[in-house]
Design a binder for this molecule. Sequence first.
Ligand code: UD1
Length: 344
Amino acid sequence: MSKGKILVTGGTGYIGSHTAVELQQAGYDVVIIDNLSNSNRDVIDGIERITGIRPSFVEADCTDINALRKLFEAHKGIRGIINFAASKAVGESIEKPLFYYRNNLNTLMNLLELMPENGVEGIVFSSSCTVYGEPDENPVTENSPIKEATSPYGNTKQISEEIIRDYVRSGAGIKSVILRYFNPVGAHPSAEIGELPNGVPQNLVPYLTQTAIGIRKELSVFGDDYSTPDGSCIRDFINVVDLAKAHVVAVERMLSGRSQEDVEIFNLGTGVGLSVKELIAAFERATGVKVPHKIVGRRAGDIEKVWANPERANKILGWKATATIDDTMRSAWAWQLHLHDLGK
Ligand code: UD1
């Protein structure tokens, strides 16, 4: 028997598609809405190949409230929403701030507005460790100070968290779980779904795998003069399937009335900081494939080091990241090889 219907906005995207798989495997019915601005409909086939179940798919934009109204009309009984629909490129957000505010915030506000009248009980929101900025101390807990955002993208995450808090407190009768992701990497072990960057990747792992396969000549390591043991930046790289599983647990908690507060916040990370150089070494060790790379200057706006204290999620959600970095790197490589076979 189905555990209920979940609306996954941005469900053909990177984290959304992995979460749709985990939700279906846990017994939920999944309805995906995506405008395909940074993904494509083949992802639905990938989800079906993994799970044997084709999720419902609505191609529409969540900033269009009438399209959302129609969706709720057509798909009665949605119990929860997981909101992945957002733009996420830091650099682009600096060039197009209004687009970022409009897209990310209107999407969230439309969803929130329609929840009570459609009987939707709760929303899981994709936030980011970007809210901690350059932390004074690592690892960061959920109570670490929120720092002034350094990009409109980061600001949309901070503002979204506040919008959710204010709306839930207003007596709307809904609950929320806010998940602050660290650096999601890797792909589904089946290599049926993964990250599909548009154009030249801005993030480390897609650039690395594209270099390893020869699409890019060389990976640039942005700075090795940071005050870290090897001079390169440190991040908490979290396997995307582990991350996706946390959403299932969060939904389950929210819908079963086990939340201790109407808005709960969890860091989703491994608790281990890895440097950019260590990540490259892990990839080479795990796959046996060399990655040509060179050290270049720092990238503007980069944080020197940030990693999670995931204890709250470990204890309260009962969730823990389990994949090793070697497995994660192998999955990223298998996905790149799959894309290569498809001529992408
Ligand atoms: C950034 C955002 C984060 C956002 C994420 C997804 C900040 C502080 N973080 O993460 O909020 O959710 O993007 O878009 O704005 N690197 C290289 N060479 C490369 C690419 C990256 O050396 O070609 C290094 C970077 O300098 C950084 C690390 O790899 O130290 C990770 O970079 P990246 O994958 O872009 O993620 P973040 O910048 O951490």
